[in-house]
Design a protein around this ligand. Structure first.
Ligand SMILES: C=C1C[C@]23C[C@@]1(O)CC[C@H]2[C@@]12CC[C@H](O)[C@@](C)(C(=O)O1)[C@H]2[C@@H]3C(=O)O
Ligand SMILES: O=C(O)CCC(=O)C(=O)O
Ligand SMILES: [Fe+2]
Length: 346
């Protein structure tokens, strides 16, 4: 079993659920690899502690993020609209999805960051450095986790997963999400706010992340929830010192469905403090081919997904709504062992 967090949470249906927590500084390598694989299989989600990302690197980008979101709306708009990169507010993607948040979407390569920085910060050089340092550090963490996945799954090339995001052409991105509080400066507004008394103000709607692996860190304001296989929403207690790891759609395809991308959402119910999450999405290069690894395929477990390039998947993803199950469009439907008709006939 994966090590559960010390204080299990109770959902509305009073089911106690522990978020798996993996301490990267303990255990030997093979035990760590086993724990990572177990967490990816059972939840597609876990928390890492002793992650190696320096505190100052986190603090600096957090400060830059809060400084940016504190600017007047007109100034922030200079960095928008997010198409898809840059500043966005309320609109998520191009297909009508809305959320109670504002965000900054950045490509992970230094050239693109330096271009965007001019519209984001009064000190663009500093902003670029801070963002690049953060991306480098979380990318290392993502690669470490993915190497453990390679080891735990006993694939012949242990770096096959991390290799995708180490590629210089990797299409990885960074997203800063800012969820304003219900009551900002005027405490009397608390009573007037239509959502002040329920817990359904959606910041970021239900979805899975399309990439390989997501590394998420937030300030100490909660909101993130993950969906378990039985449909229960489980609130994730915030932990500003640690990182959360999420399996993305591409990792689901590479592992032939042995791991499943985790569906998650963020509520925006904090009354007085804003939530800010900083989310790194580790992605392959646009021309990288993705298909279930040979080690994940057998006569008993035939390939579930057609081969696709990340570019093809991404293009298709951008035509979907946030909550769609995008990987379904790449499923092989005529596999004798996965065909529903055959199962019914037997
Ligand atoms: C509605 C959409 C927003 C999104 C692109 C999409 O068409 C479907 C996937 C969405 C998502 C979710 C995870 C990340 O936040 C994101 C940047 C991504 O790669 O896929 C967003 C996209 C977005 O906000 O542009
Ligand atoms: O803010 C959060 O905790 C979730 C954000 C998220 O899911 C995303 O940016 O894709
Ligand atoms: Fe997400």
């Amino acid at each position: 079993m994966v090590v559960p967090s010390p204080s299990p949470m109770r959902t509305k249906k009073t089911k106690a659920v522990g978020i798996p927590t993996i301490d990267l500084s303990t255990y030997n390598r093979s035990k760590l690899a086993e724990l990572v694989v177990e967490a990816c299989e059972e939840y597609g989600f876990f928390k890492v502690v002793n992650h190696g990302v320096p505190k100052e690197v986190i603090a600096r980008i957090e400060e830059e993020g809060f400084d940016f979101f504190a600017k007047p709306a007109a100034e922030k708009q200079r960095a928008g609209p997010a198409s898809p990169f840059g500043y966005g507010s309320k609109n998520i993607g191009r297909n009508g999805d809305m959320g109670e948040l504002e965000y900054l979407l950045l490509q992970s390569n230094p050239l693109s960051i330096s271009e965007t920085s001019n519209a984001v910060s009064n000190d663009p050089t500093k902003f670029s450095c801070v963002v690049n340092d953060y991306i480098e550090a979380v990318k290392e963490l993502a690669c470490e986790v993915l190497d453990l996945v390679g080891e735990g799954l006993w694939v012949s090339d242990k770096s096959v997963f991390s290799g995708f995001i180490r590629d210089v052409q990797s299409d990885s991105i960074l997203r800063l999400n800012h969820y304003p509080p219900l009551v900002d400066k005027d405490p009397s507004a608390k009573l007037a706010h239509p959502c002040a008394n329920n817990n359904t103000r959606i910041g970021f709607g239900e979805h899975s992340d399309p990439q390989i692996l997501t590394i998420l860190r937030s300030n100490d304001v909660g909101g993130l929830q993950i969906s378990l296989y039985d449909g229960l929403w489980v609130p994730v207690p915030p932990d500003s010192n640690e990182f959360f790891v999420m399996v993305g759609d591409v990792l689901q395809a590479l592992t032939n469905g042995r791991f499943q991308s985790v569906r998650h959402r963020a509520l925006a119910n904090s009354v007085t403090k804003p939530r800010m999450s900083m989310v790194y999405f580790g992605a392959p290069s646009l021309n990288a081919w993705i298909s279930p690894l040979p080690e994940m395929v057998s006569p008993q477990k035939p390939s579930l997904y057609k081969p696709f390039t990340w570019g093809q998947y991404k293009k298709a993803a951008y035509t979907t709504r946030l909550g769609d199950s995008r990987l379904d469009n790449f499923k092989i439907t005529n596999n004798p062992s996965t065909c529903l008709d055959n199962l019914v006939d037997q």
